[in-house]
Design a protein. Structure first.
Length: 232
């Protein structure tokens, strides 16, 4: 008998489905509690497939989502899905996605960043990243409860911007780590544009990502080393 494949509902895919529900699913408002309840028959199946794909048990999942096992069982059985419960699940999945993206960045392909050929490009990229960081930090829209970008992603963006700005000052730059960040930034820029984030910020994101890709191309032409241990 052929081995049955796990349902392909990854954290990324599940997060996207949750956002679709938040944007387009029907809901009703409880007069008694004031809570919003979503009308979606697909969510229990999606949640179940996500748990199977992630190999997460019910008890561990309930703890991860910050709810009781009884509440999670009820949701999986097609019970009422309040905005509070959906929000808790989304926050947990968003953290998982953020952690996965962040860990995927830290690999290791170090390149010489001290040559005159890349010096000007590094300065340009650093300037754009500093500008973007200031814009994100000062944006009332992104830092408000109505922000279309998850608060965790906003904080992650600010932290990664600061880390990348600092990394660009080093004599050697890890092209895989830095390239992974600019790829993530480019994806975030497209998502932010679709969600209606102010154009000045999305343009700054896109510009910084494009400049970053140019820097990576330059760095890949430079000499590198797979072992920085000999320099310490």
């Amino acid at each position: 008998m052929a081995k049955q494949k796990k349902p392909n509902v990854t954290a990324h895919a599940f997060l996207a489905e949750i956002d679709k529900i938040l944007e387009s699913a029907e809901y009703y408002q409880s007069r008694q509690s004031g809570k919003r309840f979503y009308k979606t028959k697909l969510f229990p199946k999606l949640l179940s497939q996500y748990l199977v794909h992630s190999s997460v048990g019910i008890n561990a999942a309930a703890k991860k989502f910050g709810m009781s096992k009884r509440t999670l069982d009820a949701i999986l059985s097609g019970g009422p899905l309040s905005d509070n419960m959906l929000g808790r699940i989304r926050s947990a999945v968003a953290r998982e996605v953020s952690q996965a993206e962040e860990s995927a960045v830290f690999v290791g392909d170090w390149r010489n960043a001290t040559t005159a050929e890349v010096g000007g490009v590094i300065a340009e990229v650093a300037t754009q990243l500093v500008f973007l960081k200031k814009m994100v930090e000062s944006s009332n829209f992104l830092n408000s409860p109505d922000s279309p970008i998850d608060p965790i992603q906003v904080k992650q963006l600010i932290a990664l911007l600061a880390a990348t700005i600092e990394a660009l000052q080093a004599p050697f730059i890890d092209t895989k780590q830095t390239g992974g960040f600019f790829k993530w930034l480019s994806t975030l820029s497209k998502s932010a544009t679709q969600k209606g984030v102010e154009k000045a910020i999305t343009d700054a994101m896109s510009g910084a990502a494009t400049a970053g890709f140019q820097l990576i191309k330059r760095l890949l032409k430079m000499g590198g080393t797979g072992d920085l241990g000999s320099f310490t």
